[in-house]
Design a protein around this ligand. Sequence first.
Ligand SMILES: Cc1cc2nc3c(=O)[nH]c(=O)nc-3n(C[C@H](O)[C@H](O)[C@H](O)COP(=O)(O)O)c2cc1C
Length: 407
Amino acid sequence: MKVSEKCILPCGAVLPNRLAKSAMSENMANPVFYPGQAFYQAYKTWVEGGTGLCISGNVMIDSRYLGEANNVVIEKGLDNSLELKHWASATQNSQAHIWIQLNHPGKQTPKFLTKEPVAPSSLALIPPLDKMFNKPRELTESEILDIIERFGYAAKVVKESGFQGVQIHGAHGYLVSQFLSSRHNQRKDQWGGPIENRMRFVQEVYKEIRKNVGPSFPIGIKLNSADFGKGGFTHEEAVLVAKSLSDLGIDLIELSGGSYEAPVMTGAKIKESTQKREAYFLEYAAAIKKVIKCPLMVTGGFRTGEFIHTALEEGNLDIVGLGRALCLNPEFSKQVMAGEKVVSDVHPLSSGFKVVDAIFPLEIIWYTMQIHRMGAGKRPKPKAGVYSSILHSAMDIGVQSIKRVRS
Ligand SMILES: Cc1cc2nc3c(=O)[nH]c(=O)nc-3n(C[C@H](O)[C@H](O)[C@H](O)COP(=O)(O)O)c2cc1C
């Protein structure tokens, strides 16, 4: 298919083209979790740049459990509806969609934010992450039911605020993905054990959201093609989960991979040959595409217009997800659709010192700084040094949190 072709979702909603901005945590809400003018500004820029579907950075459903210090939160008792409505208006009545990604971090909430994280089972992250993240407590049945309800409530607020869809964050080692993993989920009740039980949580989250938003509102999920860690969620299990959610009526499945323990989502530890040919997870797409009825989006590693056209024409995916490329060039999508020879400026980041690179999650803080520039109405700065992003991050969220920001 062609990049500028419309995409009709099972619920009937229509995406104007085949390019999507994948979720990137903006980390710029105010201290009481409100999204301010900067969110509107950044998303208006991406919409004007031609991207048909813009998925927000992860928005949390419980203010007790954040992934980053400055997350937006949607929960009962928190009235940020005016700010959410303003953010949603960034589509400027165009055909573009803005969807909100809903998330619960589970055990992936840093020590400085949460003393006692919760997870399917009480198992710590592997060293050295166990120094930055506290060992979680096992969730009780009533807490699991409360979280499911929270996803539904947040989705209802998203719809009422004027956004065009929601995405469940089911990837990258957060709570939904912890339930799916046989390593992180060692429960003996109906929520653990065989994959049929481990996928019960995400199925219930989907059903609760659908109950709250009705049949014609888009619901998507970001899913790992595999966990890429020892003993985690396998590719065969990913195929089963994708099929089950598609059978339940989900509208879009986005494929990614990895977790904090194996951060392959941004290309770390991905084979050099895979990095070179772009699209880290494309080899997993065909098996999933065979068993689902909804469109498939693949994210991670797309860097050139030429490869994007080829991937779409080959037909193993329906939507191309773009992250960092859109932080450096918000008009990337428009240029790809115009058939220009576009090559992204995304490049490996290093401070030149192994110790500094190991302490600071450069891949996150440098791109977060670019998002903050866009939020302030400035152009991204592809030539910015990594030390300026360390300084920016230090000033923004406090020195103690830098080490703990998502890797
Ligand atoms: C600054 C930054 C923040 C991110 N935050 C999220 C997030 O909130 N939710 C999510 O699903 N993925 C998040 N990601 C991962 C991206 O969505 C995407 O999967 C990854 O960057 C690979 O795509 P790319 O090679 O096109 O950048 C983030 C990535 C970056 C660089």
